[in-house]
Design a protein around this ligand. Structure first.
Ligand code: AOF
Ligand code: ZN
Length: 363
């Protein structure tokens, strides 16, 4: 199952709105166990993992065991049901994780297999399976994508000097890891201030992975982003969506659209500013399951305040900028330490001279 999960991971950032699934087909032979088929959800979401693995195994699938990292589908979607394909190929045993939360499946895949005499084991590596496809699960349960907040700061949590200078706080190895993070998400999002000040490209520029640049999203309620910014200039090459408040200058809207930018209207909350949950719902409705938020401090603060940050990837350079630098997260107005939003450490890594700490939302 760990192998199936590792194969599934290859699909992250490329299969939305589908989940990233992996499948390993194993035969027991005299000499021992032998993997005869491997598959994972293909870019765009199809073929599904099981179909790919069955194709690889061919006739060797008969009597074999299939390890699948999510319940095989039971519905006739754009492709046939995977449960049916496993049955037809003569798979004797399916080892599975958790049920597919898609209401069209939701247990029917496992039931279909059992009804045809396939031996089914469920709930193997269940927590890992959920973690891998948390974005897909959240789009099903909350109609919003999973949000990963990425921060690159000094030891004292500053992302720029008081003059706004930030290039570069972390080193090259950490920046490459940041690009890898981009490739495994469906969209990258920044606030308008960051988009204006940094004029970023927000693409994946790792050699060989250039084609894996996700959609770029700017939260820009008042359409302040210059039409001459790098994001707008190559919007026809790599998509750009601007989340904005309804109304605004019609000619400016037309100009953005003429550059290939997609404008997404987000209703304001009672305070007149963009409601981030509504914004996230609008993104999910367009098929995004995993969003990487790369700044700035105000966007980070409003997402944390609205309990929308599921994960934090904190890149930290061994430098001290001091209190006159820019903070990673803007004011939250918290009075008691015990009221501070809490996260749990999931793991740490070293990238060159920097550290990367990965957190998930605490309870
Ligand atoms: C699987 N294996 O690899 C994936 C599954 O539109 P369709 O036909 O591709 O169906 C999409 C649904 O299929 C998706 O919402 C989820 O329930 C399931 N995804 N299922 O058996 C896979 N990616
Ligand atoms: Zn399927």
């Amino acid at each position: 199952m760990k192998t199936a999960l590792a194969l599934a991971e290859r699909g992250l950032g490329r299969v939305a709105p589908n989940p990233a699934v992996g499948c390993v087909i194993v035969r027991e032979e005299e000499a021992g166990f032998r993997i005869v088929g491997r598959g994972w959800t293909q870019p765009g979401g199809r073929p599904h993992a099981e179909t790919a693995a069955l194709r690889h195994a061919g006739a060797l699938a008969k009597g074999a065991t299939a390890y699948v990292s999510l319940e095989p589908c039971s519905h006739q979607g754009k492709t046939g049901p995977c449960a049916g394909a496993l049955i037809e190929a003569g798979i004797a045993r399916v080892v599975g994780t958790i049920a597919d939360p898609n209401p069209e499946v939701a247990g029917r895949g496992f039931a279909m297999l059992q009804a045809k005499g396939v031996d089914v084991t469920e709930n193997v590596c269940a927590a890992d399976a959920y973690y891998l496809n948390e974005g897909f699960f959240l789009t099903m349960s909350e109609r919003r994508p999973m949000v990963t907040l990425k921060i690159a700061s000094s030891l004292d949590g500053r992302t720029a000097t008081h003059e706004g200078h930030s290039q570069w706080i972390t080193g090259e190895a950490a920046r490459s890891r940041g690009h890898l993070l981009r490739a495994t998400h469906d969209a990258i999002m920044v606030g308008s201030a960051t988009a204006i000040v940094d004029d970023p490209e927000l693409t994946c520029r790792l050699p060989g992975l250039e084609a894996r640049s996700p959609v770029r999203i700017v939260a820009d309620g008042r359409l302040r982003l210059p039409l001459t910014s790098r994001l707008v200039r190559d919007a026809k090459k790599t998509p750009v969506w601007i989340l904005t408040l309804p109304g605004g200058d019609a000619r400016r809207r037309e100009a953005f659209e003429g550059c290939g930018v997609t404008l997404i209207d987000v209703e304001p909350g009672e305070d007149g500013v963009m409601n981030m949950r509504t914004a996230m719902e609008a993104i999910a409705a367009r098929g995004v399951t995993r969003v990487l938020v790369e700044g700035g401090a105000r966007l980070a603060a409003s997402l944390i305040r609205e309990v929308l940050v599921d994960r934090i990837e904190w890149f930290q350079a061994p430098k001290v900028i001091g209190g006159d630098g820019y903070p990673a997260v803007a004011a939250l107005g918290i009075k008691k330490a015990g009221d501070a939003p809490a996260f749990m450490l999931r793991g740490t890594a070293v990238a060159g001279g920097d550290t990367i700490a990965s957190f998930v939302r605490g309870s």
